[in-house]
Design a binder for this molecule. Structure first.
Ligand code: PMP
Length: 371
């Protein structure tokens, strides 16, 4: 049967993500993979979870296995409220929505805000999964370059002015401000404040996606954009994937109540609710005070791995190659010389030597980034 006339425009235009294809490669045991943000599996708290799962089943029985509220388990939302308060984010429970990974947060935000042809602004480079979601929403994606201090505010202002002169109001500016995937770069406080000023001047929203924020292993913490915001312009995505384990598919988003309400309605038709059992286990895990020590041990491991990587790059990389020096998170971005092509390098040299990485152009919405 020919299915093509039946496909929606979205299905017709959607392509497989480069990262999924590269991740397939990394399944081969002989490959050393620097592709894909897979958390270190030895950090997953298997033993503690075995006990907590048994405890939740014993104490809560069938109620932990029933359908739950679309916005999430109130106990988990309260634990999250306390957890982020320690990071300087003061929220009401109404602002917290539990999601199936922050990837779902991205999707729901797009469902609520985007019509086909609407404009969003992203960083160059930007998170692949974000780009994929914006493409699925048939958005017009405009990129703005980053440097070592994050998104360049001078270029952002130019972009916003140019769009305004053509009567275009972007729906939101998408940023990964802490240890960005893929560059590892963090946006400094001055730019965070400026970003909010520009969002206000051009009357748009900010989508702050920050899965790595709590994995800082050196340097000074920067303020969450959500807590700098005074007029309800920010939606923030957060996740347990990198603080706990991604297989639980548990995350949360923060949004001003009027936006949260729309997001909850969109979520209802998507999945009714995030698995209540996972939420009950996570709430118990947090109530026992286990998340803090878990995050500390993850940071220690990533600090060692990060330092090893940076030392080896210093030792082995040839002249003229540059790279970022992340202060946290999972990602590091290597810039080859102009004219060099990371795809060609991958195919010709890296894969035959059983090494995988993600090519630069995959992260550029404008076709750049080959080196
Ligand atoms: N946003 C960013 C920037 C990410 O790096 C990731 C994970 N790679 C996600 C969202 C999705 O994370 P999850 O769905 O596991 O919470």
């Amino acid at each position: 049967m020919d299915y093509s006339p039946l496909f929606s425009i979205q299905a017709k235009t959607a392509t497989r993500s480069v990262i999924r294809e590269i991740l397939k490669l990394t399944q081969k045991p002989e490959i050393i993979s620097f592709a894909g943000g897979l958390p270190a599996p030895d950090t997953f708290p298997v033993d503690i979870l075995t006990d907590i799962v048994a405890k939740v089943l014993k104490d809560q029985g069938p109620s932990a296995l029933q359908y739950g509220l679309t916005e999430g388990d109130p106990r988990l939302r309260e634990e999250i409220q306390k957890w982020i308060a320690a990071d300087g984010v003061d929220t009401s429970i109404e602002e917290i929505v539990i999601t199936n990974g922050s990837q779902q947060g991205l999707d729901l935000t797009c469902r609520v805000l985007l019509n086909p042809g609407d404009t969003v602004i992203v960083e160059l480079p930007s998170y692949l999964g974000g780009l994929q979601t914006f493409r699925a929403s048939q958005a017009n994606i405009e990129g703005v370059l980053q440097d070592e201090g994050g998104l360049r505010m001078d270029l952002l202002e130019e972009k916003l002015e140019d769009l305004a002169s053509r009567g275009i109001r972007p729906k939101f500016i998408y940023v990964v401000p802490d240890f960005q995937n893929p560059s590892g770069v963090t946006m400094d406080n001055e730019r965070r404040v400026r970003l909010l000023e520009l969002a206000a001047k051009f009357d748009t929203l900010i989508l702050e996606d920050t899965p790595y924020r709590q994995l800082r292993f050196s340097g000074q913490s920067q303020t969450p954009i959500y807590s700098l915001d005074k007029d309800g312009r920010v939606i923030t995505l957060n996740t347990f994937s990198k603080l706990f384990c991604p297989g639980f598919r548990l995350a949360w988003l923060l949004a001003p109540p009027a936006l949260a309400e729309k997001i909850i309605i969109a979520k209802q038709s998507t999945d009714l609710c995030t698995p209540p059992f996972n939420q009950a286990v996570m709430a118990q895990y947090m109530a026992e005070g286990r998340l803090g020590p878990q995050v500390e041990s993850i940071k220690k491991e990533y600090k060692e791995k990060g330092e090893l990587m940076l030392n080896l790059l210093d030792e082995h990389m040839p002249e003229g190659i540059q790279w970022t020096r992340p202060e946290g998170g999972l990602f590091l971005w290597v810039m080859l010389k102009q004219g060099m092509d990371s795809l060609e390098m991958l195919e010709k040299y890296a894969i035959p030597r059983n090494v995988a990485y993600v090519i630069g152009s995959a992260f550029y919405c404008d076709g750049g980034g080959a080196n």
